[in-house]
Design a protein around this ligand. Structure first.
Ligand code: SF4
Length: 129
């Protein structure tokens, strides 16, 4: 972080640990099976995740906050990237998946300024438990 400030550097930092990413990133991209499923400013991603996968990753961050401590446990295993599921690649593990998700690849869209997501039902992500 010191180098970033001093030298005005840009880093691409890759990790599964979103609690670490939160501390060093200005912008976060979430990938699943080789596809960017969500991209946005750090604060926006943490406060308002739009993709179900992002929401499940954030729920796995350890916390002492009673309100935020429910983990979203994804069912199933990560599918093969050689023979990925049809439509949305996340559908075999997504609690919000419908038939549409098996048929159509979700469009990658800008939902608010600089906040992009690829999900047919991103409005429902906030209600996921
Ligand atoms: S498009 Fe469907 S399967 Fe994919 S993340 Fe959204 S709700 Fe889940």
């Amino acid at each position: 972080m010191e180098l970033k400030e001093k030298e005005d550097l840009t880093y691409l930092f890759i990790s599964h640990d979103l609690s670490v990413i939160k501390h060093i990133s200005d912008r976060i991209g979430v990938m699943y099976l080789g596809n960017m499923v969500e991209l946005g400013p750090s604060e926006e991603i943490y406060e308002n995740p739009l993709h179900p996968y992002t929401k499940s990753l954030l729920s796995a961050i350890p916390t002492t906050d009673e309100v935020k401590k429910d983990h979203i446990i994804l069912q199933g295993d990560i599918p093969s990237n050689i023979f990925p599921p049809s439509g949305c690649k996340f559908r075999t593990r997504c609690p919000l998946a419908t038939e549409k998700c098996a048929k159509e690849v979700p469009e990658y869209r800008e939902i608010s300024k600089n906040h992009f997501v690829a999900c047919h039902y991103y409005e429902k992500t906030k209600d996921m438990k």
